[in-house]
Unconditional design. Sequence first.
Length: 153
Amino acid sequence: MYAENLEPPTSITPDDPPYPGASDAFPTHDEIHTDASCVEPEIGTVEADPHTVSYKEDKALTVKEGDIVILTKSGQPAIILSRQLSQYITHPCKQSIVVKLLGRPIGYNMLCSRIKALWKSISFLKVVDLDNNYFLIRFSHEEDMNLALIDGP
């Protein structure tokens, strides 16, 4: 979209690591998700169904030449990702919404119980506290997310 106005940089090539000291090999999906520093802590669930929401079945990511294009114009970088890479990165957020609580703040457990009472027909969801009255709600099915967005309070 913006690539037509940008010229490729002369000092950066696709084979260069992103920063000094970085390896030029991209980690695989398993390497990313087995590193303890990258594991998302599970704060809580409204209903326990560990087999419903899982990203472990994803295929390993293979980055090919041309999947990441770095361009600059007037010193401003632009990073263009291929459709496959972009979908891989955004996959965990496809069935999630961010909720901002307005008014008097309520606790995490109270929010979970209210969501469970309001959205009885939703099979499984996970609530993550993002601080400052923001919560991430991850649904197990796209239909559940649409039900909450369209018919929910």
